[in-house]
Design a protein around this ligand. Sequence first.
Ligand SMILES: [Zn+2]
Length: 460
Amino acid sequence: MRLGLRPGGRRVLVAVAVAAVGWACGPPASTPTAPSNLLLITLDTLRADHVGCYGYQRPTTPAIDRFAATATRFEDVTCSMPTTLPSHWTIFTGLPPALHGVTRNGQVPESYPPSIFELLGRAGARTAAIVSAGVVDARYVQGLGFSEVIFDRSGAKVFQVSGQVVTDNALAWLQRHRDERFALWLHYYDPHEPYEPPGEMAARFTAGYRGDLPQALSTDWLVGLNDPAAEAALSAEDRQHVVDLYDAEVAFLDDRLGRVLAAVSELGLEGSTLVVIVADHGQAHGERSFWGHGERLLEPVIKVPLLVHLPGQREGRVVAAAVETLDLMPSLLEWFALEPIGGLPGRSLAGAVRGEAIAPAERRLVARRSFPEEPERAGLVIHRVSDKGTFYREPDGETFHIGHADGEGGLDGEDFFVAGDVGSAWLPSEVEHYLAAERAAAAGTSPEDLEMLRALGYVR
Ligand SMILES: [Zn+2]
């Protein structure tokens, strides 16, 4: 069966066969069984290295850490783009932004490629989204297959709601629909700016601070730290205070998320529900003088946690191989026994969850930034087996950064050079190759174009 885009569609024509076979509704088992339900949880702005099971030393995430003890934890995960709406679209569709067409927040989609929620809905699951910020409200995501999008603002004109609201709605929703097949997305926004954790949690993480900064930091103030003068005014203690408040937001999120994870067991859903926890992007706190996300492709910004728990899974597993959030869609298709979708660039992670090795790709475009209103600006991160490079184009010039594949030096690493002074370095020619592919994709992509992109190496 060949599905085009729904009305208004123009960008991607993807061959997809919707074959709802293999749905199993068996009891909990000692070995993983095929799932009936999907619970996909996105934690907005959670950088991987502030999660306990990813090595963070502070007690920010006891609930996620407990979950990880019997889940598969992917150690090295890159998001497709450190911007909320495009990154979520990648998680749901398996397409990078240039191919799914959503390249900025606030962009009302023109077309809807097949998403995991649409396909599971067609196969009989009840679908829903419970979100906590306007950036992913119904205007921007409903067409991806959600029969309802709940953004519970209680009548107030607020841009975001707390994780408490998401959890309350999630617990009620799961209680109502526990006896149906379902595919539910929960979106938590607490770690995103502004940093204004509840008082008790703030006190727990900021005890000992003697500086002048308040216990709540506005978005404008945080983004304003990208002004060198504003950043220079911060003491070391102030900088730590910013991190403390972020950690307090993460801990608050984790506490509320923990109640949902506990409910999955309490409602008897553990043996039938596949649970995914992933972040859309991370967050920088002054690394290389950058604060926030979106603009720079630094490791704290593009490295995210990814954990998967299959029904009945009893043992934890760690996958060290580098993977991407766009690998999730082909994985979900395999786990739910849906037909693979032609043209998806990602790899299924199902084998890795079974303990099979993932062969490193020779080269991959793993992340990019995009500014549709500022075409003179661009950014790419390219991984190779042995090293990785980052490219930025700004109106005042281009810069290239080379780092090592093992993480030493980082993606914005020590080796730095500018266009015209690149010798035989591999990165500039790779950048041109991928920029051309991005332009081709953005111009509209037919199945034949997808074959071309695959031949170019843009699509694996
Ligand atoms: Zn986000």
